[in-house]
Design a protein around this ligand. Structure first.
Ligand SMILES: [Zn+2]
Length: 143
């Protein structure tokens, strides 16, 4: 069950622990209104090689759940990235990158960069009252 506008605390904790579930959560939001291949526009897909990725059945291009989202190309576990995103966006936590680094066992610079990325995505959103974590997670980080 996917919450459209909010994520329960229990669910947030689960997604912060379980990378496969976090990926599925992201994939569900990303392709909520269906899969469209970025390369050829085809809408049929099969499962890709990596968890929750999708592969176009026509041109065989595979797209990961995280491509073109807030989590684009991150090099650390997705559940930890989810944890940071949830804390920054929903709990509005003022944790520093040192806090995240300690708590998650990640490099401090990694945490700093990802936190900065989230903040940049939040800055780009105009209507902040209607914004949900899902919107921020779907920010095309590269654009
Ligand atoms: Zn295609």
């Amino acid at each position: 069950m996917l919450f459209k506008n909010e994520i329960s605390t229990e669910m947030a904790e689960e997604l912060s622990r379980d990378g496969d579930k976090a990926l599925k959560f992201i994939a569900d939001i990303k392709w909520e209104s269906g899969f469209v291949c970025r390369k050829c526009g085809h809408t049929n897909y099969c499962d890709g090689k990596s968890p929750s990725s999708r592969r176009c059945t026509r041109c065989k291009t595979e797209e990961s759940a995280t491509a073109h989202t807030l989590f684009h190309n991150i090099k650390f576990p997705i559940n930890k990235a989810f944890f940071i995103a949830y804390n920054v966006c929903v709990l509005n936590n003022e944790f520093s990158s040192y806090n995240y680094s300690d708590q998650l066992g990640l490099n401090q610079m990694t945490c700093w960069k990802f936190r900065k990325r989230i903040q940049n995505c939040m800055l780009k959103i105009d209507n902040k009252e209607k914004v949900t974590i899902q919107t921020i997670m779907m920010s095309d980080y590269k654009s």
